[in-house]
Design a binder for this molecule. Sequence first.
Ligand code: NAP
Length: 266
Amino acid sequence: MKTIKVIIAGPRGRMGREAVKMVQETEHFHLEAVLDRKHNGKVLSDIEGFQGVNADIYTDIDECFSQHQADVFIDLTTPETGYIHTKKALESGIRPVVGTTGFTDSQLAELKELAEEKELGCIIAPNFAIGAVLMMKFSQMAAKYFQDVEIIELHHDRKLDAPSGTAVKTAQMIAEEREAKKQGHPEEKETIQGARGAVIDGMHIHSVRLPGLIAHQQVMFGADGQTLSIRHDSYNRASFMSGVRICVETVMKVETLVYGLENILD
Ligand code: NAP
């Protein structure tokens, strides 16, 4: 199997650390370099927790790409930075795998256009956990039979964006099967603003942020005399890495932007 050369942005982050480990442990992946906002010119092994990982650290993306010929660029940073990185990677002929969440629709459309123009694969996956993808698919299936639904997403309190990318994606997938319907009483009024959460196509999304949580979501359907809850829980960040590995392998075979892991799983 041909070795896939990878650059990771955000290696000191909670997701980035797991991604470095996953790339190191995967025989046909090679960690070329990392992009960080600190420690320019050092190697990763100089930093605590990365003993034996001899990847060069860059703070400047142009310098990083000019020094290293990589196949895949993994971004695990913040929405603003991740968007700039993804654009740069595509412009430089490197295929992005993006776990960073919070891109706007217009940013996604622009990146899709760029990927197609460059005929390069780009995978943006708001949730790399296979179980979460199944939770979304099962919710889409259930929406054929249950029109009434609300989504509760729960994350750690360092998450920057709300609602989560997974919740938005779930609502979009449900909307493909469900006729738009305003959930709740037609004349309901919020006595405190925000009480009913965010709304997509009439579906309400409630965002919980607490320390102790990682990434969790419950999709709750209701009908006469019954409810159906479909729930997924990620208890650590290693739960996302099998999905990242699949994305790195798949991005080498596609020539467009794919949004969502569910679109590449058989
Ligand atoms: P985190 O622990 O805060 O890590 C983010 C890392 O990005 C930090 O190391 C940060 O550096 C770095 N960073 C920020 N700006 C940068 C820049 N300009 N250049 C280079 N590095 C930069 O966050 P996390 O929990 O790992 O999450 C990272 C992203 O992945 C978030 O968008 C999160 O929502 C998303 N996420 C996705 C999934 C999924 O399955 N797709 C799962 C979990 C999280 P400093 O340490 O210097 O601040």
